[in-house]
Design a protein around this ligand. Structure first.
Ligand SMILES: [Zn+2]
Length: 121
């Protein structure tokens, strides 16, 4: 469905993406479509279509961590692989999420207590 849409709607900017182009596009998920377009000599809208089509990030397992961009993805953990993080960044991210969760629970409980108190008055 999406491919059809891209073909019909983006005909003027439709380019055939080679594996090499896709790889180079996905190597820089943080870059804008315009920056990648300039490097690959295609239009920014072609890059946007390609990102919709092939994904902004590489799905390969040999990629580098998207946070530190230095160490390989910790691919023995399904979750780390999904987040595309190396072991260190994955552990830091998990810790951060747990802390955020604890903090939001604390806030929710505090709000709940306050509500109860207001109700008592
Ligand atoms: Zn990392």
């Amino acid at each position: 469905m999406r491919d059809e849409w891209a073909l019909r709607k983006g005909r003027s900017s439709y380019v055939l993406w080679t594996d090499e182009m896709i790889r180079r596009m996905q190597a820089y998920p943080e870059r804008t479509a315009a920056e990648i377009a300039a490097e690959l000599r295609v239009t920014p809208s072609a890059v946007r279509h390609a990102r919709q089509r092939y994904g902004r990030f590489s799905t390969g397992t040999d990629g580098l961590c998207i946070v530190c961009d230095a160490r390989p993805v910790f691919d023995t953990s399904a979750q780390a692989k999904k987040w595309r993080l190396c072991k260190g960044c994955y552990l830091a991210e998990r810790k951060r999420r747990l802390e955020e969760e604890a903090e939001s629970n604390r806030i929710r409980q505090a709000a709940h207590r306050r509500q109860k108190l207001d109700g008592d008055v």
